[in-house]
Design a protein around this ligand. Structure first.
Ligand SMILES: *[C@@H]1O[C@H](CO)[C@@H](O)[C@H](O)[C@H]1NC(C)=O
Ligand SMILES: *[C@@H]1O[C@H](CO)[C@@H](O)[C@H](O)[C@H]1NC(C)=O
Ligand SMILES: *[C@@H]1O[C@H](CO)[C@@H](O)[C@H](O)[C@H]1NC(C)=O
Ligand SMILES: *[C@@H]1O[C@H](CO)[C@@H](O)[C@H](O)[C@H]1NC(C)=O
Ligand SMILES: *[C@@H]1O[C@H](CO)[C@@H](O)[C@H](O)[C@H]1NC(C)=O
Ligand SMILES: *[C@@H]1O[C@H](CO)[C@@H](O)[C@H](O)[C@H]1NC(C)=O
Ligand SMILES: *[C@@H]1O[C@H](CO)[C@@H](O)[C@H](O)[C@H]1NC(C)=O
Length: 418
């Protein structure tokens, strides 16, 4: 069926749904009246204002693409690349899992990563021996190895990942991992490193230096110090295309979320997010123009990877929803994001890690980077509070929370009661 044909059917269905809504019989009027009364009682019980309720649950919103006649995909593996905004995608996937009673392949025991920088093994997933192929979602950090991941996930799993421009990625790695990366340890400015990388980068300590060069190439399971040959690069790109159904781009994050939602047949509400694990503008180092160009050579494998999938990303948009609809949905996403920020976030904006008093909400990530987070508005009704909490809870606490839910008999990853 052609795309146009498909769209025509969908539009027709939407029209019918609306028509149906406005041609009500008297029985439906009574039912509606009763339903509305019950709703009001429920709202009173929950101590909510009607306006808040309507905004929170989006109940009068226009039925946008959320009504597409397709089946939501629920078996999903996300390769969580480092310093690419992937914490937000983990948050989205965890929320989807929780809202749909899905099972997540979580790191075993007290760990928070599935296998990184060392190799990933299926046994690192909690419950693997009894639950192999029964998990729905997998998204904690790991170094990708398809045959190991395939032991864990069902065979109809949707694989996707996200890539970021290597220049800003390297700057972010420098800020977050400086203390633990031998190549960066002695430096305060990434510009110094780029002026002469081989002075600081020692190939004999490769695994400790993975965040200093071609990190995305490494996360996908390839050798980040490989000699760059045209055939080699091509074969890796083809290998990734074969295993991953979708590769998103950090620089176009909202477009990425819209594309993801459309391909997975999810709702807009599923991919609305708050920015997580990010720094203030002032703590971001500025590279000279010359050094920005040098990153493309120093991380040339990642640069080629990024350029390739940036092309396929835009091609995919054109072949599926098209630019016009994309823009409309990006706007919807942003207005919903704004709305939820007003409902959920204390003072309506992010704050410094140091100002967040609630340990459940303090970002845990390492390093000296001044990471931002959120406070939860006080006085929210229970269910609203739950929804808001899940939108802002940092990755570590979120992983611990799901773990406690899925494995109530096991010792907790963190001592958190929620
Ligand atoms: C998830 O499970 C809960 C409790 O068993 C149930 O009330 C709820 O309807 C389920 N939700 C979905 C989407 O299946
Ligand atoms: C991936 O895992 C398989 C076993 O499932 C192993 O044989 C292979 O060496 C691993 N690949 C890498 C690159 O570690
Ligand atoms: C995929 O898994 C299902 C159920 O586990 C099985 O019935 C089916 O044969 C598998 N398909 C392939 C291609 O392996
Ligand atoms: C690189 O690391 C190895 C192993 O730690 C060490 O023996 C060697 O001296 C280092 N080389 C440089 C140039 O620092
Ligand atoms: C980098 O540039 C931005 C925008 O010009 C500025 O706000 C920021 O303070 C600069 N960062 C540093 C570390 O100088
Ligand atoms: C990514 O693709 C967009 C749209 O084609 C283009 O404007 C942008 O320059 C590309 N970025 C890179 C780094 O190639
Ligand atoms: C809301 O949560 C509080 C404390 O967890 C509980 O005591 C109360 O019964 C809950 N209210 C509703 C309406 O569920």
């Amino acid at each position: 069926m052609s795309l146009c044909h498909f769209k025509a059917i969908r539009d027709r269905m939407k029209f019918l749904q609306w028509k149906h809504r406005f041609s009500l019989t008297s029985t439906t009027h009574v039912a509606l009246f009763l339903g509305f009364t019950l709703l009001l009682i429920f709202i009173r019980e929950n101590n909510m204002h009607l306006a808040d309720y309507i905004r929170m649950y989006n109940i009068f919103s226009y039925p946008d693409a959320t009504m597409t006649p397709c089946r939501p995909v629920s078996n999903v593996m996300f390769l969580k690349t480092h310093k690419t905004g992937s914490s937000v995608i983990l948050n989205i996937l965890f929320r989807f899992a929780e809202n749909n009673n899905l099972t997540v392949a979580l790191p075993a025991g007290k760990t928070f990563h599935l296998g990184h920088p060392g190799p990933f093994k299926a046994q690192q997933v909690e419950g693997f021996s009894t639950m192999a192929h029964k998990y729905n979602i997998m998204c904690n950090h790991l170094r990708f190895n398809f045959s190991e991941v395939a032991k864990v996930m069902p065979n109809n799993t949707f694989y996707f990942s996200v890539l970021r421009n290597p220049t800003t990625l390297l700057e972010s790695s420098f800020a977050y991992h400086k203390g633990s990366i031998p190549a960066f340890q002695k430096l305060t400015d990434l510009n110094e490193f780029l002026a002469s990388p081989w002075t600081y980068y020692n190939l004999s300590v490769p695994i400790k230096n993975i965040h200093a060069r071609n990190t995305m190439w490494y996360d996908f399971g390839y050798d980040n110090n490989a000699e760059e040959g045209e055939n080699y690069v091509h074969s890796v790109l083809m290998d990734i295309e074969e295993k991953f159904q979708l590769v998103l781009i950090t620089e176009y994050f909202d477009e990425s979320m819209v594309l993801l939602k459309n391909i997975l047949c999810w709702n807009l509400e599923d991919v609305v997010y708050f920015k997580l694990n990010f720094r203030t503008q002032e703590s971001i180092q500025n590279l000279t123009h010359e050094n920005k160009e040098r990153v493309k050579e120093w991380c040339s494998l990642d640069w080629k990877l990024y350029k390739h999938f940036n092309r396929t990303f835009w091609k995919r948009i054109q072949e599926t929803i098209g630019m016009e609809k994309m823009q409309k949905e990006v706007e919807l996403l942003r207005s919903r994001q704004k709305e939820l920020t007003e409902i959920c976030v204390q003072n309506g904006k992010p704050m410094h890690k140091s100002q967040i008093k609630d340990k459940h909400l303090k970002p845990y990530q390492s390093g000296t980077a001044d990471i931002m987070g959120y406070g939860l508005k006080s006085g929210l009704a229970n269910e609203t509070m739950r929804i808001c909490h899940r939108l802002i809870v940092p990755e570590t606490q979120h992983t611990a929370l799901l773990y406690a839910k899925q494995f109530p008999e096991k010792p907790r990853k963190l001592d958190l009661t929620m």
